[in-house]
Design a binder for this molecule. Structure first.
Ligand code: 4MI
Length: 404
């Protein structure tokens, strides 16, 4: 950290690259440094301002009038740069354009609408956990559970056809990399970007979707005039972009948390109704979505630093979720705390619309595990996967002691 020349306020400057592998794989030291540097930090590498404290991240998230999403929520500024795909009608839009797609999807993904999935997903989770445990007490909890469960549950709920589902995770990985700079991670997927994009877009067509899933409900909303027929496939695309990798890494965060906090696992086994709180606390503690950008709609002054109109602001959700000014013992995964207010799902008009789906998946998987697994522990070092936005995993080797 170095000091900028004294002006109204000396805004701290950092030349750190938050998208370097070092920080993506182990973000906590940089997060602490940025929080301690000040309420606003200029990142000289990218010529953007950054917020890492809870107070400022929260304030920016709820102030969509000054911090817009329509110019993109990644580093690329859609005012000057061509987006890599047609912008999302939800994520990369502001009121009033954002409102109709949001309203439609909110209804479709609201808790009452998800009730029909509860028993199905409980059975899917029981079956998966039985299968995994039949293979012996040692396995990779990331691939065998955190990846496998959402892939068994979510695509069917959307109404995807059987073919090509192996493209979902690579597409998500690519989409979340695309919010960052055009670094090595983006380059690594460049050769398949067109093919993955074409597959996903093809799945958004009405004909590609079953008659009984979220996808069909989006098209039905278009029939009722709540969306246009041009908007409908893009709203389906949002489900496919946001609905898989986020949940996979959120569940992985839970499994990692319990593998390293055996007392918390005992607490969950005694009170399985804590599964949902456990998921929210894991989302706070790990923040599967680490960062998003906004763009200043006017010159905005935060704590004495003026952010110029039209420039990007990087919000560190993961840093805000561990800000010691907001959370006591923030680095502890703790089922007795109240994690509500965490910003891992965002806050305000863009707050995650799929969070009830994710929580239901977590509830199904954790409850199934709590019945069958007395304890579990890591058998080796977990491996992270570098992604420009996600706090992602590659491997979580565990050994379990099955319940009697
Ligand atoms: C918060 S993650 C996410 C949300 C929405 C979309 C993608 C990612 C989208 O494409 O609408």
């Amino acid at each position: 950290m170095t000091e900028a020349p004294a002006r109204a306020v000396a805004t701290p400057v950092s030349d750190a690259d938050p998208f370097a592998h070092e920080h993506l794989l182990n973000p906590d030291p940089l997060h602490q440094a940025l929080r301690e540097a000040g309420p606003v930090v200029r990142l000289s590498r990218y010529d953007v301002h950054a917020l890492a404290r809870y107070e400022q991240v929260h304030a920016a998230l709820v102030d969509w009038q000054h911090f817009e999403s329509g110019s993109g929520v990644g580093l690329a500024n859609f005012r000057h740069e061509e987006p890599w795909r047609v912008p999302s009608l939800l994520l990369e839009a502001d009121p009033p354009l954002h409102d109709a797609p949001r309203r439609v999807l909110r209804e479709i993904l609201a808790p009452p609408a998800l009730r029909r999935l509860r028993d199905t997903w409980a059975a899917t989770a029981d079956e998966l956990v039985d299968q995994v445990l039949e293979g012996g007490p040692e396995f990779d909890a990331f691939t065998a559970l955190a990846e496998a469960f959402p892939l068994r549950a979510f695509p069917d709920a959307v109404g995807l056809g059987p073919d090509g589902r192996e493209n979902l995770l690579p597409y998500g990985n690519m989409a979340f990399n695309a919010f960052g700079p055009r670094n090595d991670l983006v380059a690594a997927d460049a050769h398949r970007a067109a093919a993955l994009g074409a597959w996903v877009n093809a799945q958004c067509a009405r004909e590609a979707l079953t008659a009984d899933g979220f996808g069909a409900e989006i098209w039905a909303a278009a029939d009722r005039g709540e969306l246009t027929y041009v908007q409908a496939p893009l709203v389906v695309r949002s489900l496919l972009s946001a609905g898989v990798d986020t949940t996979v890494h959120g569940l992985a965060a839970c499994l990692y948390a319990f593998a390293t906090h055996p007392q918390e696992w005992q607490r969950l086994r005694e009170r399985p109704e804590l599964a949902r709180v456990a998921f929210d606390e894991a989302v706070r503690w790990q923040s599967p979505v680490q960062t998003f950008f906004r763009t200043a709609t006017t010159d905005v002054t935060i704590a004495g630093t003026t952010i110029p109109e039209g420039t990007k602001i990087l919000m560190f959700l993961g840093a805000a979720n561990r800000d010691p000014d907001r959370w006591s013992e923030p680095d502890r995964f703790d089922l007795t705390r109240d994690p509500s207010g965490q910003v891992g799902f965002g806050m305000g008009i863009h707050q995650c619309i799929g969070q009830h789906v994710a929580r239901l998946e977590a509830e199904a998987l954790l409850t199934a595990l709590a019945r069958r697994v007395e304890s579990f522990e890591l058998t080796g070092a977990p491996r992270r996967h570098a992604n420009n936005t996600l706090r992602a995993w590659e491997s979580l080797p565990v050994r379990v002691r099955p319940a009697a």
